[in-house]
Design a protein around this ligand. Structure first.
Ligand SMILES: [Zn+2]
Length: 338
């Protein structure tokens, strides 16, 4: 099969890779309906994360089950399924508490920018749609695999809900979908922080009520101005840098909540500032599996259209251009046609 391999920062190639096979009796192999590039793939692309060897890329997937192992009970060939970037048993104590991305048996799912993908722990990891969806819904379901689920966790961790003012730091796909999540969760006011016009437009479409273009300390000052000097109740941090985390903490009122879902890169917290902030912090790799049944329903009945974050579509063979466009911020998120 064909699949994306990153050889070095900035060096993305589409190569012949081995077809995935059933290895464990609990595995499934799926044929991708579409694939995509994640904002987090830009960390190694930009050289921020080390890349010790050529690495198959991609951790977002939705597609048709081709084959299942002998011990798979609920997932069947022919079903359209969505899973998350960590496979989980969905039965251990941690899973049952809703933290499948920290499952005691978790396994990363990698290499999904390809035609096929092996998914471990298929029964616990994959969720099937009621029927094979119309083609126009595939991007929406693919978004549920990571960026929507991650934005949803960020909004939930930040306790977004009725009566709350929510601020979102980061205007990538996760930040934009955190806006959508906050809207679905009933937030009263949603402030998107973005200085890029197409992203501002999408944030407003997804339910933002205010746009703040300032960032850093000026961004914090602007959020305070908009909230009677208090700060937002709920702040979603969807970048993962020192500046974005400082902006999130500074924008949160005492007693408020920060949901941090940007993959943390060299973020250091000042203990004393944290002590006096009275802010709740919760985040990490999103337990997307927890939200999939709910998200699948919202997408299936066309209540939400998270696939709107895909503003560039290229064939899998042109994945390198998809990465480049996102790196240069010409695209929010690239869909790869397989
Ligand atoms: Zn588990």
């Amino acid at each position: 099969m064909r699949g994306v391999v990153m050889h070095a920062p900035g060096d993305v190639r589409v190569e012949q890779r081995d077809d995935p096979k059933i290895v464990e009796p609990t595995d499934a192999v799926i044929r991708m309906s579409a694939s995509c590039v994640c904002g987090s793939d830009l960390w190694p692309y930009r050289g921020t994360d080390g890349l010790p060897a050529p690495t198959p890329m991609g951790h977002e997937y939705a597609g048709i089950v081709e084959e299942v192992g002998a011990d798979v009970r609920t997932i069947r060939p022919g079903q359209f399924v969505i899973g998350s970037f960590f496979a989980s048993d969905n039965t251990c104590e941690i899973c049952r508490a809703g933290y499948q991305s920290a499952c005691v048996h978790r396994q990363p799912v990698r290499g999904a920018q390809a035609q096929y993908q092996r998914v471990p722990l298929a029964d616990g990891t994959l969720v099937a749609t009621p029927e094979v969806p119309d083609a126009d819904l595939v991007p929406d379901y693919l978004a549920a695999s990571d960026v929507l689920g991650t934005g949803w966790f960020g909004a939930t961790a930040a306790q977004a809900g009725p009566g709350k003012t929510v601020a979102v730091v980061g205007d990538g796909a996760v930040g934009l979908l955190a806006v959508l999540a906050a809207r679905q969760l009933g937030a009263e006011r949603i402030i998107a922080m973005s200085r890029h016009e197409p992203r501002q437009k999408l944030a407003l479409e997804f339910g933002a009520t205010d746009i703040v273009t300032e960032r850093g300390e000026e961004g914090v000052a602007r959020i305070k101005e908009l909230t009677n000097g208090l700060g937002a109740h709920s702040v979603i941090e969807a970048v993962g840098t020192q500046q974005s985390m400082a902006q999130a903490l500074g924008s949160t009122r005492p007693g408020g909540h920060v949901g941090y879902v940007g993959v943390s890169h060299d973020v250091a917290l000042d203990g004393r500032a944290l002590f006096y902030s009275h802010v709740h912090l919760h985040g990490g790799p999103a337990p997307v599996r927890q939200y999939l049944p709910q998200l699948i329903k919202l997408i299936g009945d066309r209540t939400i259209e998270p696939g709107k974050v895909f503003d560039l579509e290229v064939p899998l063979e042109q994945a390198a251009e998809g990465y480049k466009a996102m790196d240069e911020r010409r695209a929010i998120k690239t869909l790869l046609r397989v």
